[in-house]
Design a binder for this molecule. Structure first.
Ligand code: SAM
Length: 466
């Protein structure tokens, strides 16, 4: 107990997860070591690291305002919060995954990277105010396999019974494990509040279990430490569904996991064990169908209509002629109003059964004279573009992020251009004679950027037009 109290008084180590949708762990670490970033591997996550930067770096550029962060190369995530996605997916590649309480999107983006941006990942969130910031996170990280929905998680069991291969319930909770990050975390703590949140958690886990396919895997996690919100919630499920619920022990999830495993096989991470936040993770498998009724189609949403062969050909030609790019084959093209969307194929059967806020990737908008690529598409797909690329210096990237047009010495490629910074796509612009006109969406403009390392003023840049 005294270890626990002493650890809670110490500050939490900073940790990040490299976004492998954009860069390999090796390339990222090599690049950042040159800038005096020091990494300590997190034993359970190949792409997770505790990070130390110099005092000067900490003072001058917050981690979230570094150009590498803006370019989506990494995500700031607490080490123990990386456990639930690993417990859920590991090295498997499930086709359909539900993240039932998803905002702000830490685990959704980690799940997407584990799924290699393939299959369908439904990211659901009840709080409307948190959906926008989650969408922004997914956009920055180049995630394209998600469908965002905005419902109480309780609807899934009834509306989409036995539909998902894997489900994460990262439940709303009392937050006892987060005290090191937030000294006010327990301000509203009371026996009453635990009782009431435990009731919410039981309903969510029940809905998730119903929505899980037979043979599928459910991970229940919280960042709290009490029995009522953790073991009792899992036991509740076993009380209802008996032998359909099988606990999969997590003692071998990573070397050393046995130090934190309960007698049932759940991970109960006290902050002092790995010098992290507190966390609870349970992995359950559904051994048989519950024989639930399947509801009929629901009222249709704003339609996504599959493109015709002619439309598909037009957009393929546009992408190839303009950017030398060919679309991935595991996604399908749909039209919604004037826009072309790239959807995970697994989303198609759900379109008439469920309402999503946003699915997949908004690829391009159609105009009288052709198409215009979206910023989201540039970020998610731009690495594969071989034409109309313009490489920015760090100083130019800063100007671009501040919403300014770029004055250049040599004539840039004309028309739509993909801007890159250190080989990473960062957005779109338009070449107009000598000028590079900024196409960064207004909501992404950052006026308050700090000075960056390597922020040398000047307009020298490389043009790639091959
Ligand atoms: N999984 C997220 C991540 O890793 O970034 C953190 C999730 S946080 C612990 C719990 C989330 O559940 C909150 O965003 C909260 O708004 C949401 N929530 C609360 N009640 C819910 C419900 N009934 N259905 C779905 N989401 C709910």
């Amino acid at each position: 107990m005294s270890d626990f109290v002493e650890t809670c008084k110490t500050p939490l180590r900073k940790s990040i997860r490299v976004n492998t949708l954009k860069i390999s762990v090796e390339d990222f670490c090599e690049k950042m070591r040159r800038q005096q970033w020091y990494f300590t591997a997190i034993p359970w996550c190949n792409n997770g690291f505790w990070l130390q930067r110099t005092a000067e770096q900490e003072q001058s550029v917050p981690l979230g305002s570094t150009p590498e962060h803006l370019a989506g190369l990494f995500y700031i995530q607490e080490a123990s919060s990386m456990l639930p996605p690993l417990a859920l997916i590991g090295n498997a590649l499930p086709e359909t995954v539900l993240d039932m309480a998803a905002a702000p999107g830490s685990k959704t983006s980690q799940l997407s990277a584990l799924m290699q941006n393939k299959g369908l990942l439904v990211a659901n969130e009840l709080a409307a105010s948190r959906i926008k910031s989650m969408a922004a996170v997914l956009q920055r990280l180049g995630v394209t396999n998600t469908a965002i929905s905005h419902f109480d998680g309780n609807v899934f069991g009834e509306w989409l019974p036995e539909s998902f291969d894997a489900i994460l319930v990262d439940a709303p909770c009392g937050g006892e494990g987060t005290i090191r990050k937030d000294p006010d975390a327990l301000k509203n703590w009371s026996h009453e509040s635990i009782k009431s949140i435990s009731w919410v958690q039981k309903k969510l886990i029940d809905s998730a279990f119903k929505a899980l396919k037979p043979g599928g895997c459910l991970v229940y996690s919280t960042c709290t430490l009490n029995h009522q919100e953790n073991q009792a919630v899992c036991n509740h499920l076993a009380d209802i569904y008996d032998d359909a619920v099988q606990i999969e022990p997590l003692n071998n999830l990573f070397p050393g996991a046995d130090k934190a495993v309960t007698e049932e096989g759940y991970l109960h991470i006290w902050p002092q064990i790995f010098d992290s936040e507190g966390f609870f993770v349970a992995r359950l498998r559904k051994s048989r169908s519950l024989g639930l009724p399947v509801p009929g189609p629901r009222k249709a949403q704003v339609p996504y209509i599959r493109v015709t062969e002619k439309q598909q050909k037009l957009i393929n030609e546009y992408l190839f002629n303009q950017f030398g790019y060919t679309l991935p084959e595991d996604k399908s093209l749909f039209i919604k109003e004037q826009d072309f969307w790239l959807l995970p194929e697994q989303a198609a059967p759900l379109l008439s059964r469920f309402r999503f806020q946003r699915i997949g990737l908004r690829l391009a908008t159609q105009h009288k004279s052709g198409f215009r690529l979206t910023h989201d598409a540039a970020i998610a797909l731009g690495t594969g573009f071989t034409r109309q690329r313009l490489a920015l210096t760090t100083a130019q990237l800063r100007e671009y992020c501040q919403g300014r047009d770029l004055q250049v010495d040599e004539i840039p490629p004309q028309g739509e251009i993909l801007l890159t910074w250190q080989e990473q796509p960062v957005g779109m612009a338009k070449g107009l004679g000598q000028r590079v006109k900024n196409s960064l969406p207004r909501e992404l403009v950052r006026d308050n950027l700090p000075r960056w390392n390597g922020d040398i003023q000047g307009h020298n840049y490389l043009i790639q037009t091959m």
